[in-house]
Design a protein around this ligand. Structure first.
Ligand code: NOJ
Length: 686
């Protein structure tokens, strides 16, 4: 544990109002090493603005701050700025599970007040935390006068880029019909219209910046929209169905707006800023959650060979679930997910909240008591599934019985689903009228957390699909173990109607979505082509790439989704899936470039063994892997799973090589990644 010191100076006097225009005086706060500097000021019209410099260069140019309210005057002009308090911290904290055990939280903090210079008096505070890897800031409205309820109707935070003609962005569109499940685009900054976060920017001088948010608890998620000239990106909060962005009361605080900055692409990947801006664990001992691997009744539906609903091809039959349990038990996987076990799948279940799923009534060919006993006898647990089809009103009303049902059968991990178009989550208002809400609005943010907390009461963990964006809440609620919030493997399946994931999709996830937290991507498809190489809907990667994904795309739960016989076709490659853990002592993004490739090394928890995973995008790439992260003087057996000489995702995806070498930390491996390729290495210490 490092020294912790938090010293507060210049205590503020909340409620004080300065009735004169402030002189545009700058207030600055810098990161502990001084490489990031935030500058705050108001301009001549009293508009609050901030700027961020990195290594002496302006990265975010003077950009506006502010909130808009329904009843109160906006904090957008005629505002003066006053410093309230400064503090610093340098703490180390532990993750109960994660991509690393120890996390360093090291920052300088500044609290400032924005004060309206005209009556009625009003104060809004801004808290800035400046780390060596970026900046977080949030709005905090303190109690003042007799102010109670506040309706926020908009937020005016802007991010203006410097040298923007040469900045490129990697991102997905915002407010898309399919939520966050769209394909990444790499475009000049100038071409962005709307963007979901995390969005990652690269400047010609190599500086990379990623915008996102942290600790989205009681606020609305934001989309970035193109604004003004020169262009800025402005936050647009996902509103309630009645148009209000955030319904709150003083004192309140927004989620943190985050700006991660690094001088190399992989520098971004090694940042813990999002986690550090979240509150510490509120659940206490969560050792009841065990990271691990699972299989399940799932891929067969996405391959369109079986159905969720009742049919002569029903997936979740006793016989098939037993088959998956046997598969898990024989190979040492912890759980078996079962989808399509409950009544409700027979209609149009993917449409907005139109379906009434039962969370306790099974289909007749699925015998829960028998199967949970069978699973227990074989040392495996059933993993639950609650698809809501966006009917959150119903799920909300039946949550207790839904969770109690699973508790009875010893289910301690549930995958939840909110399949519905954007703004399709069904809520009942005070009068009982249905309203439809965004997946990332304030109401949804609270609903997702409510489920996580109710589940925690029963020592159940949650893996959310069609989830709100990840903002690092796993630190506060460590039973929220994984989520989707992007296009996963299912978009490489037969059922992917509008085109499968391209070969660079996984790599793009690494530099965007994965910055926000774990993803239940479900890697490890071995039957890559389903029928043959000509099949249009297929997995566009090599087999070695599939292995590497277990290391590259972090999640404490990883699925082994394909059929037993497909894995048993390649037993030597399958060995890596069996060996790779899902909980890590340390993780290092070693090397990589946006759009080209990435190499990750992760050390298994409570072990000296390391695992390395690397993937490429559309093109082949030669890598040089220095093993200097290994313990000096120790010897390791490297089991290497790599693309064969002729491997290519398109025509030769099954060309792979498994080989073994003795290595030490002094060695360097030269390994080639094919187009859509990868390598995976187990480094076993002996
Ligand atoms: C979409 C989810 O992402 C997928 O994993 C699941 O199988 C279906 N919905 C059904 O719930």
């Amino acid at each position: 544990m490092r020294n912790t010191h938090a010293n507060t100076t210049i205590a503020g006097h909340f409620g004080h109002v300065n009735h004169h225009f402030a002189i545009a005086e700058d207030i600055t706060v810098s990161s502990p090493t001084g490489r990031i500097v935030v500058n705050l000021r108001t301009n001549g019209a009293g508009i609050p603005r901030y700027r961020i410099d990195f290594n002496g260069k302006a990265v975010i140019r003077d950009s506006q701050l502010g909130l808009e309210y329904r009843e109160l005057p906006n904090m957008t002009e005629g505002v003066s700025i006053r410093e309230l308090a400064r503090s610093s911290a340098d703490n180390e904290w532990q993750q109960p599970w994660g991509e690393r055990r120890d996390v360093r939280d090291h920052y300088n903090e500044l609290l400032i007040a924005l004060e309206r210079t005209a009556l009625p008096a009003q104060q809004l505070n801004l808290r800035f935390r400046v780390f060596n890897d970026g900046v977080g800031f949030r709005y905090e409205m303190p109690a003042q006068g007799d102010l109670g309820a506040v309706d926020v109707v908009g937020e005016l935070t802007e991010f203006g880029f410097v040298d923007q003609r040469d900045v490129t962005a990697l991102y997905i569109r915002g407010e898309d019909r399919d939520r966050y499940e769209t394909l990444y685009e790499s475009v000049p900054y100038e071409a962005i219209h709307t963007a979901a976060t995390p969005i990652t920017f690269k400047r010609p001088d190599g500086i990379v910046v990623s915008l996102h948010e942290a600790a989205l608890v009681d606020w609305a998620g934001y989309t970035l929209i193109s604004h003004s000239n020169p262009k800025t990106l402005r936050t647009r909060l996902a509103p309630w169905s009645d148009g209000t962005a955030v319904k709150t009361a003083v004192p309140f605080k927004s989620s943190w707006r985050t700006v991660q900055i690094a001088d190399s692409d992989v520098g971004l990947l090694n940042s813990d800023l999002i986690l550090n801006l979240n509150e510490p664990n509120k659940l206490g001992d969560v050792s009841w959650f065990k990271p691990g691997k699972y299989t399940g009744i799932w891929w067969e539906m996405h391959r369109q060979e079986y159905t969720w609903g009742a049919s002569d091809k029903h997936g979740a039959t006793n016989e098939r679930v037993k088959g998956r349990i046997d598969f898990a038990a024989d190979y040492g996987f912890d759980g078996v997910l079962v989808e399509g076990w409950n009544v409700g799948w027979d209609g149009d279940w993917w449409s907005n909240g139109g379906v009434d799923f039962s969370f306790t009534e099974t289909y007749p060919d699925f015998d829960m008591p028998m199967l949970s006993t069978y699973a227990a006898e074989r040392g495996v647990r059933i993993i639950g599934h609650h698809e809501t089809s966006g009917n959150v009103a119903l799920y909300n009303a039946t949550l207790d019985e839904a969770l109690d049902y699973y508790t009875k059968y010893d289910v301690n991990l549930i995958k939840t689903g909110y399949v519905a178009w954007s703004k399709g989550l069904r809520r009942l208002d005070d009068k009982g009228f249905p309203r439809y809400e965004w997946h990332d609005g304030q109401w949804a943010a609270q609903e997702y957390i409510r489920v996580v907390l109710e589940a925690a009461e029963r020592k159940i963990s949650i893996n959310t699909h069609e989830s709100i964006k990840d903002t690092g809440l796993r630190r506060t609620y460590p039973n929220w173990v994984s989520r989707e919030s992007a296009r996963g493997m299912e978009y490489s399946s037969v059922g992917a109607a509008d085109g499968v994931n391209p070969p660079d999709h996984d790599l793009n996830l690494v530099f965007t979505r994965m910055l926000s937290g774990p993803m239940d991507y479900t890697p490890g498809i071995f039957d890559l082509t389903y029928r043959d190489l000509e099949t249009p809907a297929r997995v566009k990667s090599t087999l070695a790439h599939q292995l590497a994904l277990y290391v590259v795309l972090y999640s404490p739960i990883q699925m082994v989704p394909d059929y037993r016989e497909h894995y048993e076709r390649y037993p030597d490659a399958f060995q890596f899936v069996l060996d790779v853990p899902t909980d890590w002592e340390e993780s290092i993004a070693l090397d990589g470039a946006i759009g080209d490739y990435v190499v990750y090394a992760r050390q298994e928890r409570d072990s000296k063994d390391w695992y390395v995973g690397a993937i490429s995008g559309n093109n082949a790439h030669d890598t040089k892997l220095s093993l200097n992260f290994l313990e000096q003087g120790a010897s390791y057996t490297a089991q290497i799973y790599r693309d064969g000489e002729k491997a290519h995702w398109e025509n030769t995806p099954f060309d792979y090589i498994v080989e073994t070498r003795e290595v030490t930390s002094a060695d360097t491996l030269n390994l080639r990644l094919a187009a859509g390729g990868g390598f995976a290495i187990r480094l076993h210490e002996h």
